[in-house]
Design a protein around this ligand. Sequence first.
Ligand code: NAD
Ligand code: 44H
Length: 390
Amino acid sequence: MNALHFGAGNIGRGFIGKLLADAGFHVTFADVNDEVVSALAERQAYPVKIVGETEVTEAVTNVTAVRSDSEAVLEVITQADVITTAVGPNVLKFIAPTLAKGLALRQASGNEKPLNIIACENMVRGTSALKAMVLEVLPEESAAFVAEHVGFVDSAVDRIVPPADPGETDVLAVTVESFSEWIVDQTQFAGELPVIAGMEPTDNLMAFVERKLFTLNTGHLITAYLGYLSGKKTIKEAIEDGVIAAKVQAAMEESGAVLIKRYGFDPQAHAQYIEKVLKRFANPYLVDEVDRVGRQPIRKLGAEDRLIKPLNGTLEYGLPNAHLLLGIAGAFLYQNDDDPQAVELQQYFAEHGFKKTLAHYAGLDEASDIVAEAEATYQKTAAEPQDAAD
Ligand SMILES: NC(=O)c1ccc[n+]([C@@H]2O[C@H](COP(=O)([O-])OP(=O)(O)OC[C@H]3O[C@@H](n4cnc5c(N)ncnc54)[C@H](O)[C@@H]3O)[C@@H](O)[C@H]2O)c1
Ligand SMILES: O=P(O)(O)OC[C@@H](O)[C@@H](O)[C@H](O)[C@H](O)CO
């Protein structure tokens, strides 16, 4: 069985590529990082350090790599049984034309075995978004072939994988937490549902995607921004501050109340889920910087993402949202010259002011009460950033 995985980064090497290799797939990574591609192609193996109560380093073998913009990747697409991605939501548009070309070539090669494509990104129904991009550029004569033989399967992916420790010299080494969860929409597969250890099929994907994105990622982001405001470098340092932890928990309870209403989750089980997430943030063996978790604030202010979608849910059901608003204030106060989206957000904000900026990026009505409330929270937080975090 052959797997092709786009994005040999943290989650690619530390979770999805490892899981597929462990399941017996020959895994080809496709990436644009020459150093990583060369090392994978040469060594055909890499180490994954799993840290938690115990620490173990496992070797991932039976892997190789090609550049994702090379002719070689097209050949791999013609032979793959599964294609996965972990490149970041904003990069899917760059790999869609490659997938379309490869699928046309697969048709020409006469390979009619089922192929399943699964985007493993932090976004709601990322594979469906990728499918739309692929179909847009797919040659018309391949449309029927793809509809019959290719499954585009949405998924939810959860494992905290920061970049390697600063002192690490092996470009392929990756450190991961022991927890992992990969849930796929069983209704979207082409061919028979494959049995892969660590991949859990469900017929209720949206509940799992939203539970993960609007609990873990909502809480993670607010931890990062409150940590940033109080001068903390890592998520662990931030969540060890009791006041920050209480605010983060309150935000997860606000989004949780929406999820409980929307999906009928058991409130007690959801409270335990939140508790477990808080423990994962405090993992003493992971060095996860607030800048990684706070990255790309424009993406994170999107209407379907971890702050605004739960906020809209609180409006729909008439629920409290003060701590979600604090997260939005945090996004506006987050400054990082190395993050192009943080720079763009600050520039737009300086030119257009709070209300126009939030309305622009979050798809909210500039004249709405909620945007006015968000601005008031921003002003209060900007005046006393320490109070927000202390
Ligand atoms: N790291 C985590 O804890 C985690 C957990 C769950 C989900 N995710 C999601 O996984 C995705 C990747 O995150 P990450 O933390 O692994 O990021 P990362 O930056 O470590 O990895 C992304 C990889 O994609 C590669 N890439 C960029 N452009 C490419 C292209 N055109 N073709 C092929 N490869 C390309 C980069 O070189 C890099 O190796 C994101 O959507 C993220 O939200 C991350
Ligand atoms: O990857 P992002 O930028 O969408 O979000 C940053 C982190 O919250 C995220 O990578 C988590 O570590 C991950 O989602 C855990 O499963």
